[in-house]
Design a protein around this ligand. Structure first.
Ligand SMILES: O=P(O)(O)OC[C@H]1O[C@H](O)[C@H](O)[C@@H](O)[C@@H]1O
Length: 269
């Protein structure tokens, strides 16, 4: 089991995270848990299924390194800060084995009264430019995936990763989940809303240009040993991402991306 750090914000907002992967595992706000963490998550050193995995420096298998990058399976340093959980990762032998650059990354997790802000900063400490992809792979807790919708992407084309990366035109409707959904929406700098029939959460990003929406659906979920039976019904991944156009940083340059989740309404609670 990984050690966890706690940070309380105003009201009942409280976040729990682990230095392993700099991963937020729980965000309790306005009376309920807002993130999904699989009870069968592998805590032996593999990627943890749930919370907010940090994807860096590659997304999925779009690169030669480990799937979704090495950041989610390395232990980050922690830095004391009274208002946020702050994690830092610098290049080291394990990172240079996969990605030969000198870099510094920071992840800040800040619980607000009705919001959670997660900020990723990447600095090029190398003598050469480098490119990377990144995502905050947020597992949002939902009452039932069958009732869940993601609003705000109706007019955006997307890449359908569930269909071999096929480019698809805008669907004209909120995203609904009747099976596997795995999409990369490009250029989504706008407010998104996630509803599950009972609750509504606002999802905003800064710096990240893309949004990934994922739920494995029943069939694929049955093959994921770190998910409980029917666990796929209890989350939707909405990910602030920079995937389709990797970030290019010159020596000395810094990039920052953030994701802000806000509890908008809490009908039924
Ligand atoms: O199982 P993981 O390596 O954590 O990946 C989980 C999911 O991450 C992203 O959302 C990708 O778009 C999906 O294709 C992938 O299945």
């Amino acid at each position: 089991m990984h050690n966890t750090l706690l940070m309380s914000g105003p009201g009942d907002s409280r976040v729990e995270a682990t230095a392993f992967g700099a991963q937020a595992l729980s965000w309790h706000c306005r009376g309920r848990e807002r993130l999904y963490l699989s009870p069968r998550a592998d805590v032996s050193g593999a990627a943890i299924r749930g919370g907010v995995p940090v994807i860096f420096p590659q997304f999925a298998a779009r690169g030669p390194g480990p799937r979704h990058g090495f950041a989610r399976t390395l232990t980050w340093e922690t830095e004391p800060d009274p208002e946020r959980l702050r994690f830092r990762l610098r290049d080291r032998e394990e990172t240079r084995r996969h990605w030969p650059y000198r870099f510094g990354a920071e992840l800040d997790v800040e619980p607000g009264e009705d919001r959670l802000r997660i900020t990723l900063t990447v600095h090029n400490a190398d003598a050469d430019p480098f490119e990377f992809s990144a995502a905050l792979h947020t597992y949002l807790a939902v009452g039932d995936i069958a009732e869940t919708q993601v609003h705000g992407l109706e007019d955006r084309p997307y890449i359908d990763s569930a269909r071999g990366g096929a480019p698809c035109p805008p669907s004209g409707a909120p995203v609904r989940f009747g099976g596997e959904v795995d999409r990369i929406y490009a250029d989504t700098r706008r407010l998104l809303r996630v509803t599950d029939g009972e609750h509504m959460l606002r999802f905003e990003a800064e710096g990240f240009a893309d949004t990934v929406v994922w739920n494995p659906g029943a069939e694929l979920a049955a093959g994921l040993s770190d998910l409980e039976p029917d666990g796929y019904r209890r989350f939707v991944c909405v990910e602030a991402a920079q995937v389709l156009q990797p970030v290019r940083l010159q020596p000395g340059q810094t990039w920052t991306g953030a994701q802000i989740l806000t509890v908008q309404s809490n009908r039924g609670c």
